[in-house]
Design a binder for this molecule. Structure first.
Ligand code: SF4
Length: 398
């Protein structure tokens, strides 16, 4: 077996001076569908323009890859791109390949966009055990949707959310974006309030960033648009937290809110620096020691598969120290913060010995604070200000 193919096994052997034990670890499975009808103006994710014939060929390869997986997965996440752009036949092929594995899944998510989701696809998702639908809504304001380059209208998005709920899905997540050029606090409040009227159990709210290579970035460079000031964006972020928390949602991660009992299991595994396998172009896999990144381009990905080669563009082997630092940088994104005991159990490192200097620096900037219990320091977490500057904190921990 190729050394890297060990990725497909879930048996991790932990060796210390005194013991050798074998631990069966569960992990998340991410399946990337890299196709979209058109490119949104802000998007820098890897995606290609959808063509039914090529997508069919790609799904064939994915199904074969799924058949070879040997791990137990606790969550499956079919993301993109736009998974709902696939036709019913292709979706069914993929879902039945996953179903044949009979994994004891805790959560099964499919990402959809309002314009390509229909009744037949929803029925298929229900029949194959999908229990979480994540909808790329982005906004409930037509003018904003147009600026973002989205294909759906506000009305369509609302109707689709209601339709998903009426089909028996109780775990529905919506993506919203804020901080667009010219956007006002009033408009952003309207988006949040519309979302709260709908039956969402989870909301992900993303601050717009002008990533290189996107259409919005080009316009920014040409000077035809002007970004909002940092103060304005910060006040929009504060508004998200106040409005959604006021409506009973938990702010459990910097960009994510849920009703009690509905956090995203798949993403929580990422933030815990847990193990995962990624299938598809640009997807990433991590087995606790090595991180593999797949090549971009579904044509190349398919070709590699038929040549019997792994479709990998980079392999990073992590030292225990690097892994521990990454765990700190990821886990701090969660509202619960980093519990020192949890950190020691997960990484083998004492948090303060490893990150004490960075914590002092971040505490000086009022971005993190200690968690105290029974008069003792038990952990560290972001302050309200730290939530907005979480990238600075994560960078300090790395
Ligand atoms: S934002 Fe989503 S739908 Fe739009 S181009 Fe990116 S992946 Fe496709």
């Amino acid at each position: 077996m190729h050394e890297i193919q060990k990725y497909y096994l879930d048996v991790i052997i932990i060796t210390s001076k005194f013991i050798t034990k074998t631990v069966i670890m569960k992990r998340g499975l991410y399946v990337h569908i890299p196709f979209c009808v058109q490119r949104c103006r802000y998007c820098d994710f890897y995606s290609e323009i959808y063509s039914p014939g090529h997508a069919k060929e790609y799904i064939n390869v994915l199904c074969k890859e799924v058949g070879r997986l040997e791990c137990d997965y606790q969550s499956i996440y079919i993301g993109g791109g736009t998974p709902s752009v696939l036709d019913v036949r292709s979706l069914e092929r993929l879902l039945s390949a996953l179903e044949r594995k009979r994994w004891p899944i805790d959560e099964f998510t499919v990402e959809v966009n309002p314009e390509s989701l229909n009744e037949d696809k929803l029925k298929l998702f229900k029949d194959y055990g999908v229990d979480r639908i994540s909808i790329g809504v982005q906004s409930f304001i037509d003018k904003k949707l147009k600026k973002l380059g989205r294909l759906h209208s506000a009305e369509k998005a609302k109707n689709k959310v209601r339709e998903v709920f009426s089909r028996g899905f109780k775990n529905i997540s919506g993506d919203l974006i804020f901080g667009l050029e010219g956007e006002t606090l009033k408009e952003w409040r309207k988006d949040l309030k519309e979302a709260l009227i709908l039956p969402f159990s989870h909301l992900s709210t993303y601050m717009l960033t002008y990533e290189k290579g996107t259409l919005l970035h080009k316009e920014l460079r040409r000077g035809s648009i002007k970004p909002l000031s940092e103060d304005k964006v910060a006040s929009m972020y504060r508004e998200v937290s106040a409005i959604l928390k006021g409506a009973g949602m938990l702010h459990y991660e910097i960009s994510n809110f849920c009703l009690p009992g509905f956090p995203c299991v798949h993403n929580v595994n990422y933030w815990n620096n847990g193990l995962y396998t990624g299938l598809g172009p640009s997807a990433v896999s991590y087995d606790g020691q090595t991180r593999l990144r797949n090549i971009d381009g579904s044509q190349r990905y398919i070709a590699k598969f038929f040549e019997g080669e792994l479709p990998v563009s980079s392999i990073e082997r992590l030292t225990k120290r690097k892994k521990a630092r990454e765990t700190a940088a990821l886990k701090v994104r969660m509202a619960e913060g980093i519990d020192f005991e949890w950190f020691k159990d997960s990484t083998g490192f004492d948090f303060i010995s490893l990150e004490g200097r960075a914590v002092d620096e971040m505490a000086g900037l009022k971005l993190v604070k200690y968690i105290k219990k029974d008069g003792r320091l038990r952990g560290v977490k972001l302050t309200a200000r730290g939530f907005f500057y979480s990238d600075t904190v994560s960078a300090a921990f790395l």
